[in-house]
Design a protein around this ligand. Structure first.
Ligand SMILES: *Cc1c(COP(=O)(O)O)cnc(C)c1O
Length: 338
């Protein structure tokens, strides 16, 4: 097979041979009966790593976030979230469709935080005219940016003060912890519930975990069944997740280093048609002037390099990219825009 250099997302990785062997040899059972030892092991591991009482393995990050919203909010409740928040913008409106939960989106600040003054102003008074504001949802990393730890601490104090719960969409939580050289619990301690994707930078083929207090995870288990997320011999998939947590966290540093190299080298071109962001964990954002980004994408595709064309092009590094790929990409992009 020809080598494809794929910058579209960190979800595109292939399971490694070691990961596939772990999957092949997983001891399995029926997880809907709670009898899959490998799923149970993953759930214990995820709870321990995130510093929460319990966790639940689910097919996707979308389902994990939806379960969180459903356990924090009832019909007619509201949650506050970023305009570009994944749970609000990229999950099909699931909270509204399936939970009758009203989203209140707010603009993100440049650092991926939600200004707490703005959150305070969006909280609805206790009055029958309004939905009941129950939950604040943050995302970490947000567009690749790890949220500052002191911000998380103030968000926690704020939520305690206002009687809100606090959920983290931590699809790329480990990218944040590695970038900050902080233990994951330094981040997760401020949140009631945390969703973590195993199938992004960690390189598992499928799966996310929702971590939180036992009573909420028990509630989430009922919703998971209702949503069709009760899987049977799911230990085959959980084994990949365990392998990923045990082996693929520290190496995220390599993805971050490659993103920095891309950003540094493209900035050094000083090309008038190209605007380049500095690298944020495993992401770099490009925008083009006087060249059609769709044409650039087509020319790159011809060279087996994949990007998603758009007003802003997000390049994502991951474990299926190496140093040579970065060299090839820089050379081909330079040729495509000159
Ligand atoms: C990918 C992603 C999700 C959802 O994960 P899926 O497994 O694709 O459903 C949630 N939040 C963020 C920030 C993501 O990047």
């Amino acid at each position: 097979m020809e080598r494809i250099i794929d910058f579209r997302s960190d979800t595109v990785t292939q399971p490694t041979n070691h990961m596939r062997s772990a999957m092949a040899s997983a001891v399995v059972g029926d997880d809907v009966y709670g009898e899959d030892p490998t799923v149970n092991e993953l759930e214990v591991l995820a709870a321990r790593v995130s510093g929460k009482e319990s966790s639940i393995f689910v097919p996707s990050g979308t389902q994990s976030n939806l379960l969180a919203l459903l356990v924090h909010c009832e019909r007619g409740d509201e949650y506050i979230v970023g305009q570009q928040g994944h749970t609000y913008k990229y999950e099909g409106g699931g909270a509204a469709v399936l939970g009758s939960i009203q989203p209140q989106p707010l603009d993100y600040e440049h650092d991926g935080t939600l200004k707490l003054e703005n959150v305070a102003a969006a909280i609805k008074p206790d009055d029958p005219h309004f939905a009941r504001t129950k939950l604040l949802c943050l995302e970490n990393t947000q567009a690749g940016q790890p949220l500052p730890i002191d911000y998380l601490a103030s968000a926690r104090r704020f939520c305690n003060d206002k009687g809100l719960s606090l959920h983290l969409d931590g699809a790329r939580l480990f990218n944040a912890s590695v970038a900050l050289s902080a233990d994951v619990k330094t981040i997760t301690q401020y949140f009631d519930t945390v969703s973590i994707c195993l199938s992004k930078g960690l390189g598992a083929p499928v799966g996310s975990v929702l971590c939180g207090p036992e009573d909420l995870i028990i509630k989430a288990r009922r919703w998971r069944k209702m949503l069709g997320g009760g899987m049977r011999q799911a230990g085959i998939l959980a084994a990949a997740g365990i392998y990923a947590i045990e082996n693929h966290i520290d190496r995220l540093q390599e993805d971050h280093a490659r993103a920095s190299i891309i950003s540094d080298r493209l900035l050094a071109l000083n090309h008038s048609n190209l605007t380049v962001s500095s690298a944020q964990t495993n992401m770099v954002f490009l925008s083009f002037k006087d060249v059609d980004v769709s044409d650039v994408a087509i020319r790159l595709k011809d060279k087996n390099i994949l990007i998603t064309p758009g007003k802003s092009v997000r390049l994502v590094t991951h474990m299926d990219l190496n140093d040579d790929d970065i060299d090839v990409f820089i050379a081909e992009l330079t040729a495509a825009i000159s």
